[in-house]
Design a protein around this ligand. Structure first.
Ligand SMILES: Cc1cc2nc3c(=O)[nH]c(=O)nc-3n(C[C@H](O)[C@H](O)[C@H](O)COP(=O)(O)OP(=O)(O)OC[C@H]3O[C@@H](n4cnc5c(N)ncnc54)[C@H](O)[C@@H]3O)c2cc1C
Length: 451
């Protein structure tokens, strides 16, 4: 299986967690990791501002796969700078002036009684309809929420929250992405939560891991150290982007390089529309499919305070449309080192993706939901943007992604990771995709050597 000396290397595009994991799991195989940015990590990066540390909004590490648990344990076992803390998730929902336990659908207690009643009556109606086998399979995410939880819970949480998060009404989204991420409590849990029996620990992420210091980018940096640095057969090219992909010649052109580079196998974690744009040989139907892909940009604020915050949660969901944000998180409530003593580091995920940010409205909203004690406690707010945040699961999603992936598979390109596969996933999923891509690439290289 080991490559012949003359076989071209595996080329890995993108040094986020997918690309880094692929490089790590290709040990012994010549590989080139190509990253457009000046540092590795992709979305799992942290920045330091005036003694505060911020990730690209919340990046909490939930591990379920034993292979990833073992990998992360190994990476941090002999880490020089930090270790991992295991943190019990504290999340809340702010609605109608009340701070509810998460998830909303299982913790209605605290809402005005007429809203609790509306939610329960509609829930019972929805579950009775389901028991009678009535109703079609939900076509949209909104229909999914109404069918599972009733119109009241949909109206007071799922529809407004997701309208803010996605920047579009959830009747334009399919329900394809939700199954793993939305807890579906049974009727007893919902009624218990409505009368004050707190329903916690529901959902896939009841606890998470997080570096004790320095933010999430200790994870990609540790992967880089273990999988790439100082390895003779591994090359890392930073500040270098894919310019053009020639699938027939099995070669890539990179920025700043006159010559083509041949590859023995190609793994790409570059966003799918970008990859196809840089592949002139892609057939017309693949280009057309790529032009139908939609995604959501993200705009958020890094907020540093000059005083402690009066809340203990790690993040809070804010569904009501009158607030200009839909989620607020407090890094320093997870690990205190994320902010200087007596201060806090927050992220605020904004509804509006365009135009000037109304910082006064944001500050007033933060004070109103109790995330800060007073507006004056806010020391600074920095706006940040993410071009590719969430891929949009609309009606064209399934057929467009199938057309593109089928063709890429035929021409021997492995497009994976959150934006390469064009899916909704977690850091753990991305590292698993990198591992699987590495095993695919070893196979490709072996076949090439046998030819
Ligand atoms: C707002 C937000 C919050 C999230 N919160 C969590 C969370 O709490 N927990 C969790 O587990 N997951 C979370 N995730 C998901 C997590 O960030 C991803 O699963 C993971 O980081 C994706 O890794 P990736 O390598 O696939 O993609 P990326 O991290 O996007 O890496 C792709 C890399 O490719 C590079 N690149 C792009 N174009 C080119 C080019 N032409 N040439 C060369 N390089 C290129 C980019 O610079 C980037 O470094 C969140 C994601 C977002 C957007």
């Amino acid at each position: 299986m080991s490559p012949t000396p003359s076989s071209p290397p595996v080329v890995i595009l993108g040094a986020g967690l997918t690309g880094l994991s692929a490089a790590y799991h290709l040990q012994g195989v010549p590989r080139v990791l190509v990253e457009r940015a000046a540092v590795v990590g992709g979305k799992a990066r942290s920045e330091r501002v005036r003694g505060h540390t911020f990730d690209i909004t919340g990046h909490w590490l939930h591990l379920r796969d034993p292979r990833m648990q073992a990998l992360v344990a190994r990476l941090f076992a002999d880490h020089q700078e930090t270790t991992l803390a295991r943190i019990d998730r504290v999340t809340r929902v702010f609605s109608h002036g009340a701070l509810l336990a998460y998830p909303f659908q299982a913790n209605l207690h605290g809402l005005p009684l007429e809203i609790v009643q509306e939610c329960l009556v509609e829930l019972v109606a929805a579950r009775e309809r389901a028991a009678r086998g009535e109703g079609e399979a939900p076509a949209s995410f909104e229909e999914f929420a109404v069918a599972r939880f009733g119109k009241g819970i949909a109206r007071h949480f799922f529809v407004p929250y997701n309208t803010k998060l996605w920047g579009m009404n959830p009747d334009q989204l399919t329900a394809d992405w939700v199954s793993r991420f939305i807890p579906i409590p049974d009727t007893a849990q919902i009624i218990g939560g409505a009368i004050g029996l707190r329903q916690e620990g529901l959902g896939y992420n009841a606890h998470f891991l997080y570096p004790k210091t320095g933010g999430i980018d200790h994870l990609p940096r540790a992967l880089r150290r273990a999988g790439v640095d100082g390895r003779e057969e591994a090359e890392l090219l930073l500040d270098t982007a894919l310019e053009e992909l020639d699938v027939t010649g099995r070669r890539v052109k990179l920025t700043g390089e006159g010559d083509w580079r041949e590859y023995g196998a190609l793994i790409s974690s570059v966003p799918l529309p970008e990859l196809i744009k840089r592949t002139p040989g892609a057939p017309a139907e693949v280009r057309a499919a790529a032009s139908r892909l939609r995604w959501v940009r993200w705009r958020y604020l890094n907020v540093g305070t000059r005083a402690p915050v009066p809340v203990d949660y790690h993040w809070v969901y804010v569904p009501e449309l009158r607030y200009p944000f839909f989620r607020v998180g407090v890094f320093s409530n997870a690990v205190s080192s994320m902010a200087p003593a007596g201060r806090a580091s927050l992220y605020v995920e904004l509804n509006a993706r365009e135009g000037p940010v109304d910082e006064r409205a944001v500050a007033a909203g933060l004070a109103e939901i109790g995330a800060v004690r007073r507006v004056e406690d806010i020391a600074f707010m920095d706006v940040r943007e993410v071009e590719y945040a969430y891929v949009v699961f609309d009606d064209a999603y399934a057929s467009s992604t199938k057309t593109i992936h089928d063709w890429l598979a035929r021409v021997g390109v492995r497009s994976c990771g959150r934006y390469g596969a064009w899916i909704y996933n977690s850091m753990e999923d991305s590292m698993i995709q990198g591992l699987e891509a590495a095993s695919w690439a070893k196979d490709q290289v072996a076949r090439g050597a046998a030819r």
